[in-house]
Design a protein around this ligand. Structure first.
Ligand SMILES: Cc1cc2nc3c(=O)[nH]c(=O)nc-3n(C[C@H](O)[C@H](O)[C@H](O)COP(=O)(O)O)c2cc1C
Length: 311
């Protein structure tokens, strides 16, 4: 996050004490409530009664939206924050006592107020998208920042080309990497023909259980070599097994020269979901190093916020 936007956001968080949190009721109706908060950097904390509707809503769906701001007599001095965040219940005694200190720092009048810990829940709000409203930059001005998107790259590589691309993406985008491994042998001429046959037959060979759960990520990037104008069979197995658990997706492939579009269409069909973006890289360009430059639009498209302004 840009340092000046972060400073502005922190100033707003430190100056205010009250926020409106919207959670989702079981019937899908948004429920906005006012709560006091304390913050540690951009992470927010609040307390509420254990029996409250908010607690039930967040137990079902931990997505929350919140706003913080105050009235201003000067239109050009209006500022505020809107945030999409994930809410989690804080369980450990150490963290609860640290949060109690933060809250007391903000609300010293509660120092002698009796609070029964058994009757409350403490929530941590981790930001996902932050909109910082700052009319001093121009009437209606807001900066939108996407925070900490969790990205996983899943790939299969028989001879190392797709691995080079996957590892580069993981370095540049600072995200987790999962290499799909197989139980069977795919080396040599026999392995080559086995790969061709499986690609043509659209088979699902056994793969070893992936270590990472894709549903725990915001974006999963899947990379495959092209085999016989098709997705490689281990990635076919992975996508079929993960269908229904996949968040937003992006696809890349490496290939000799032909079959990229057909491969991407197959991946989309198996995953049951259209990717945000697709990128085909020639094996030759991986060897020559040109792939880094070719990946830049792919990386930029995935790094930019795609959310409408929550204000
Ligand atoms: C079994 C097999 C089939 C292939 N079929 C195609 C193809 O249809 N079109 C293509 O452009 N490249 C094809 N290739 C080339 C690979 O897609 C390319 O070399 C890829 O970068 C290999 O990735 P890897 O090193 O990660 O396994 C094929 C390679 C193999 C081994």
């Amino acid at each position: 996050m840009d340092q000046s936007i972060r400073s502005k956001a922190l100033a707003i968080l430190n100056r205010n004490r009250i926020m409106t949190v919207a959670t989702l009721r079981p019937d899908g109706w948004p429920q906005a409530t006012t709560v006091g908060y304390a913050n540690d950097g951009m992470t927010l904390y609040f307390l509420c009664a254990r029996q409250s509707q908010k607690v039930q809503n967040l137990a079902r769906d931990n997505r929350a939206s919140l706003t913080i701001g105050a009235d201003s007599a000067d239109p050009m001095a209006i500022d505020g924050i809107s945030m999409a965040a994930h809410a989690e219940i804080v369980e450990t005694a150490d963290e609860i006592s640290r949060i109690s200190q933060l809250l007391l720092g903000k609300y010293p009048e509660y120092a002698n107020f009796p609070i029964n810990r058994d009757e409350i829940r403490v929530f941590r709000l981790t930001p996902k998208v932050i909109s910082v409203l700052d009319y001093s930059k121009g009437f209606g001005h807001a900066d939108l920042v996407e925070a900490g998107k969790k990205i996983l790259i899943v790939y299969y590589s028989r001879t190392g080309t797709t691995r080079i691309v996957a590892e580069h993406l993981s370095r540049v985008m600072k995200c987790d990497l999962e290499a799909i491994a197989e139980t069977g042998d795919r080396n040599g001429v026999l392995g080559y023909w086995r790969s061709i046959i499986e690609a043509r037959r659209q088979s699902h060979p056994p793969i070893t259980a992936p270590r990472k759960d894709p549903s725990q990520y915001d974006l999963v990037i899947v990379g495959t070599p092209v085999w016989a104008w098709s997705v490689s069979s281990p990635i076919r197995s992975y996508l079929a097994a993960s269908r229904g658990k996949l968040p937003e997706m992006a696809f890349f492939c490496t290939l000799g020269g032909a079959g990229g579009d057909r491969t991407f269409n197959q991946m989309e069909g198996i995953a049951g979901k259209a990717p945000l973006i697709r990128c085909a890289i020639r094996a030759h360009d991986v060897t020559e190093g040109a792939y880094r430059e070719q990946l830049n639009p792919f990386i930029t498209a995935l790094a930019l916020p795609r959310y409408a302004d929550p204000l």
